[in-house]
Design a protein. Sequence first.
Length: 438
Amino acid sequence: MALHRREILAAATGGAALALAGKAQASVTATPGLRPGKPFAGTELKVLCVVASQFRAHEARLAAFTEQTGITAKYTFVPFASMREALTAEMVGGGGDYDLAIAMDQWVASLNNLFDPIDDIVRTKGIPLDRWPEAHLRQGRVNNRLLGLPSRGHVQLLFYRKDLFEKHNLTPPATWEALVETGRAIQEKEPGISGVSVPYGRGNGQNLMVWYNFLWGRGAQLFDAQGQPAFNSAAGLQSVQDYVDLLRRHRIAPAGSLSFAEQDSVNFMGQGNAAMLPVWWWVRSTLVNPQSSRLTEAQLGFAPMPSYAGRPRTTFTNTWVWGISRRSRRKEAAAELLTWIANPALEKEVLLDPRESDVVAVMQPNLVDDQVNARFGGMHRFAAEGLARTESITFGPEWPQIAEALETAMSEAASGSRTVPDAFNAAAAQVRRIVRRG
C-alpha cells in the first residue's frame, strides 16, 4: 500500500510544481484566532489538496500566513480523479506526512480515521460555526464530531435563456409547476428548442441530483430516523413521478435526455437547444465560454432552484472540508493554517480578485456581501436563498452502493421499463440489504 501511495503522490507533486505566474499580494494581514507571538515559527506544514483555482489562489497568498505565524506550508495538488485514492492511501499507509487535507462530503465518513476531531480547536480559536450555512457545515460532522471545516462548496441554480424569456415576456419559474408551464410556452413559441435539459442516464448518481429537490420539496426524505429507506413513501414516489414526467408526460425535456449524463445536459443547453437548465453554479463559466458554448453572457440568466408552491427553496450541495491529519506531528501549527483558511476575509479577497473567476463561496458573510454579488450578478444571494432552509444528505460509508441502486431505479422509471413504484420499491429493498450488511 505504501508503494502505491508513493506512486500517487509522486505524480501529484508534479502538479504542485506548476507555480502560479505572479504571486498574489494578500491584503488580509490580520486573522482572528491565531496564536500571538508566533510560537510555531520555523514549522513547515504539508498540505494535501485537490486541484482547484480557489486553492491555487490560497497558495499564492501563503506569504501573508507566514508573516503572521512564521509557519510555511507546502501544497501537493492532486487531480480530482485521484484525490479519494490519495486520501485513502494516506489514511491506511501514511506516516503522518500530511498535516492538513481536504475531502469531499461523500468521502468524509469512510475517511473518519484520517482526521482528528477539531471541536476543541474551533472553540479555542473562537471560530463561529454560524459562519457557514448548516447545509455545508454538517458535511464535516461524523457521529456528532466535527472533523472538518467547509472551504469549497457548490450549490444548484436554474440557468435560463434570458434572451428568449425577454422576447416572450416570461419570468424565471419559482415553482416546478411553473417550470412545466414555462417549458411548454417556450416549445410552442420556439420550435426546435426544448423547455428544459436534465439528465436521466446512469453515471455517478448524476440523474439524482436535480431530483433531490423534488424529493425535499414534496416533504419527503431519503431515509427515516432509523436510517432506513424512506424515499418510497407516497410523497417520495410522487416526487419521482414529477421528475420523470418532465420527459414522459409533459415532454419538455428532450428524448435524448434518457441517456444524458450531467455534462450532456450542459452541452445541450450550451449549444442553444434548451431554454432552462438546473445544475451546479460553477457551470456558468462553461455556458459562456465560446470554446464550449454558443451562448453569450447577455443570453444567460440564472435564478434560485424552483420548489413547490408554499415550500422553501432547496439545493443539493457538494461540499469540501479541511481536516487535520490524525497522524500529523504538527497539529497545533496545522490548526493555525486551518484558522487562516477559515477566515471570511480570505475567501472574499479571492472572490474579488479580478485575476480570478471562481465563483465558489461557502461562508454566509460572503454569500450576502454586496461587493461579491455586484461582481457575480447576484448569484451568491440566490445561493444563500437556496441554502437557508435546504435539506442535505448524510453520506455514510455505504453511500456509493445506495446511489447506484437509486440511479438504476431512476433510469428505469424515466425509460418506462418499470413503473415508478416498482422501480423504487425494489430500490428500497436493495438499500435495506445494503444498510443491514453495513
